[in-house]
Design a binder for this molecule. Sequence first.
Ligand SMILES: [Zn+2]
Length: 154
Amino acid sequence: MKSGRENFLYTACGLDTVTLMNVEVRRCAECGEYEVDIPRIEELHRLIAQEVAAKAARLTPMEVRFLRKYLGFSGVDFAAVLDVTPETVSRWENGKKQMSPVSERALRLMVFVRAPLAEYPLEKLAEVAQGDAVPLRMKLRESRSQWQAEALAA
Ligand SMILES: [Zn+2]
């Protein structure tokens, strides 16, 4: 195993747009197998969820699934909370149907109930869940024992 620091695309979180900057990765030169050191994973997932919930563009199917799982809901429980059928939740998550902006905003607020932001004026809700579903690309870096969003671009 060869060890080094690299920027690591963290697809195991359920999104394909999250890069962890400068994390410790051990790779086997022969078979390509690797292990990555991800410190304070709970805090990391909270940050990812907050960033996704605060984004301006509509949520992508992957982001809907990520947030639902972050909240700990099964598809059935999530459907019950939003008063839709489980089939509707499946469609949101496989891209066959887009969430309504109202449902999206409710989902985002659920994330903020679980993981409050220091400052989230409710008027902000008027500016989210708008336009096309563009995935949020994130570069996250651990700095001074804290995960931080380094740069955000839609
Ligand atoms: Zn190997």
